[in-house]
Design a protein around this ligand. Structure first.
Ligand SMILES: O=C(O)CCC(=O)C(=O)O
Length: 292
């Protein structure tokens, strides 16, 4: 497990080994209480404006009753939050977070997703189900794609935490299924063949400021929240620049967005410009290859 603080210099060999073997690690107290308070305020701003029917926003399927103060409309996820609030734009570019992915994947890191996942009060989240993220992403040209969840609240079993199966990232991409459950408003997502993994699942306790870093092939699940307050996690997915989205499946805002080059975090302007240049350079290589 990660020690206290930011590991600013580089990830220890232990953490890198844990990532290779188990497919995840936890950085305890990675963000300070001041940073978490700012992120909660930003979340409250964004969530207060999310209305049903908006693109890239999901809502509690169980009830349309009002939620709590921070999430009055019972939003369960919201994509591209870095475009909605400058604090989330800054979070995606936090030096210490970006450096974690440089240590895992190399000096040049691109964005892939920037979202918030919210477990609303008394949410039965079983429908969310065990899954891997990779089936939504592949084909990728390599495996250098992973997620960081920043916990803004204390979360665990039945309090909105994340469960995972250590080591399951090494077994490839599994088929996904959707099962109807009597009385449920939505189907339950499942991994076909999960039975043999279930006994290995763990459910860590997370505190505000902790970060879970995991490989996109790792089996995981978002848990129910049987408390009376919304529990918020920020999702930041990153990948190595040389991890190519071969069929351009990623439609999230950070797709192909340079976040670091040579381990240096870029500003929003720099990375927007660089994305345009890199995409233009890539298409001219494709054109030249076709002419030859
Ligand atoms: O919110 C969580 O606990 C897990 C999030 C998740 O499953 C996902 O982003 O794929």
């Amino acid at each position: 497990m990660g020690g206290r603080g930011a590991l600013l210099i580089s990830l220890t060999e232990n953490l890198k080994n844990q990532f290779a073997t188990d497919g995840y690690f936890i950085l305890r107290e990675f963000f300070s209480s001041i940073e978490i308070a700012e992120l909660r305020d930003a979340a409250a701003d964004v969530l207060s404006e999310a209305t049903r029917g908006a693109r890239g926003v999901g809502f509690d399927p169980w009830t349309k009753e009002p939620g709590d103060d921070i999430n009055p409309n019972r939003v369960t996820y919201i994509n591209d939050i870095f475009l909605m609030h400058e604090r989330f734009e800054a979070h995606m570019r936090t030096r210490k977070l970006a450096r974690v992915f440089c240590d895992l994947y190399g000096p040049d890191i691109n964005g892939f997703q920037s979202a918030a996942v919210i477990k609303t009060p008394q949410l039965n989240n079983d429908f969310h189900g065990w899954h891997q993220d990779a089936p939504d992403y592949v084909p990728l040209s390599n495996y250098k794609n992973g997620c960081a969840i920043t916990y803004l609240h204390a979360m665990g079993r039945d309090t909105g935490g994340t469960s995972l199966v250590p080591g399951s990232h090494r077994d490839g991409v599994f088929d996904r299924g959707y099962e109807a459950v009597e009385g449920w408003p939505v189907k339950k997502r499942v991994i076909v063949g999960f039975d043999t993994y279930e006994a290995r699942a763990i459910t860590p306790e997370f505190m505000p400021g902790d970060v879970l870093v995991f490989d996109s092939w790792l089996m995981h699940r978002a848990n129910s929240n049987y408390t009376n307050e919304s529990k918020i996690g920020l999702i930041n997915v990153y990948q190595a620049r040389d991890c190519i989205d071969l069929e351009n499946r990623n439609t999230f805002g950070p797709a192909n967005l340079p976040i670091t080059r040579s381990r240096t975090v870029l500003s929003a302007d720099e990375s927007g410009r660089m994305r345009d240049e890199e995409i233009a350079a890539r298409s001219s290589v494709v054109e030249e290859t076709q002419i030859e």
